[in-house]
Design a protein around this ligand. Structure first.
Ligand SMILES: [Zn+2]
Length: 125
């Protein structure tokens, strides 16, 4: 792979990394106990009206939103990890080879998904 193509993929990965990190920060905070893990932050909605009925509705909405955040942050955190690993492989000069068979991953595949870790034969289902 030539240097300019590698540079282009690196920029793409870095952009994707920043985008996902921003999304993740909006709904979660980095875990204090487990590095690389994220904890969904509990949403606090504005209370529009006073009274116990409105409070309870708000609370239900918050719980629902919180559950959605837990699912979303898991998926974002794993995407972020995959991209971080791809960037690390670029740093170490090990980028673009299949993790299973160590054959080069086809360039068109990397262009479509710069964080690809496997060639077509070994992509896990
Ligand atoms: Zn392979």
């Amino acid at each position: 792979m030539d240097i300019s193509t590698l540079g282009q993929l690196r920029v793409q990965l870095q952009r994707e990394h920043d985008r996902i990190l921003a999304e993740l920060k909006a709904i979660a905070t980095p875990s204090a106990s487990a590095p690389g893990q994220w904890d969904a932050s509990y949403p606090k909605f504005e209370e529009e009206e006073s009274g116990s009925h409105a409070d309870r509705d708000n609370e239900e909405d918050e719980v629902e939103e919180y559950e959605e955040r837990i699912g979303a942050k898991s998926s974002l955190a794993s995407q972020l990890l995959t991209i971080t690993h791809a960037l690390e492989r670029i740093e170490h000069g090990a980028y673009g080879t299949c993790k299973r068979c160590h054959n080069p991953i086809p360039l068109e595949r990397l262009l479509a998904n710069p964080a690809a870790e496997y060639d077509i034969a070994h992509e896990p289902l």
